[in-house]
Design a protein around this ligand. Structure first.
Ligand SMILES: C[S@@+](CC[C@H](N)C(=O)[O-])C[C@H]1O[C@@H](n2cnc3c(N)ncnc32)[C@H](O)[C@@H]1O
Length: 229
């Protein structure tokens, strides 16, 4: 299993709590991606890298059928606890083929804040395309290259693996990528880019955490793409 150590054990428990109602996940990334999804009623959706299952819960609540997978046994446990029998949740390493899924078997795939952890993005993107039906959508979010550049410094074009210390003493490992690499890789995989969004915190965060609201509306944290197969 690659690059998921920050999400195992205690790290997984901490992430699941952050994802439930933290400023970055609940008030910035997720609202932007859910807006990009639009109406999902009746669709069959794969949540690739589901974490604690918060996306899956939103989609199920909007009438979709969801298969959710994650590499961390801890987070699979959280997702199962959140979703019960409302979605199918499996442990799966996304650096390996999506062998549990047939060709063109999903109407939509969501992959939120996972791509930068993967070691073979080209193979993963090819697999997402394989399991999507023609015309199906792929929602993809990842860290914003400008945010990473601001934090790590050096060359903007440096695409090395980095260690990102978390406030809780854990270390998250991921690979920096430029905006050019991200867009080139998804186009090379055969997707059509329909929309690119730089999510900002939603208004509801202002009253809850004014300082974070200002930061997350002034500085880019994530980039989100809506792609079409
Ligand atoms: C920042 S979290 C995002 C979780 C969820 N998509 C969300 O937005 O709440 C990143 C997730 O990617 C998962 N992950 C990282 N590398 C993975 C891999 N190779 N295979 C499967 N899951 C992986 C982690 O376990 C973690 O749940």
């Amino acid at each position: 299993m690659s690059a998921v150590h920050a999400y195992h054990g205690q790290g997984g428990d901490i992430f699941a709590a952050h994802a439930a109602d933290g400023p970055h996940n609940a008030y910035t990334d997720r609202p932007a991606m859910l807006a990009l999804a639009g109406d999902v009623a009746g669709l069959r959706i794969l949540d690739a890298g589901c974490g604690g299952g918060h996306y899956a819960a939103e989609f199920v609540g909007r009438g979709a059928e969801v298969v959710a997978v994650d590499g961390s046994a801890t987070l699979v446990g959280h997702a199962r606890a959140l979703l019960g029998d409302r979605a199918e949740v499996q442990q799966h390493d996304l650096d390996t083929p999506l062998d549990f899924a047939g060709d063109a078997s999903f109407d939509g795939v969501v992959c939120a804040l996972v791509l930068h952890h993967l070691t073979d993005r080209a193979r993963f993107l090819g697999e997402v395309r394989r399991v999507l039906r023609p015309g199906g959508w792929f929602l993809l979010s990842t860290t914003h290259p400008v945010s990473d550049w601001r934090y790590f410094g050096g060359s903007y074009f440096d695409e090395s693996w980095v260690e990102f210390p978390q406030a809780d003493g854990l270390t998250m490992r991921f690979q920096r990528m430029t905006l050019e690499s991200l867009v080139t890789e998804v186009l090379d995989a055969g997707f059509v880019l329909e929309r690119l969004v730089e999510p900002r915190a939603v208004e509801a965060l202002r009253a809850i955490n004014p300082e974070r609201y200002v930061r997350l509306t002034e500085r880019p944290s994530f980039v989100a793409l809506r792609l079409r197969r």
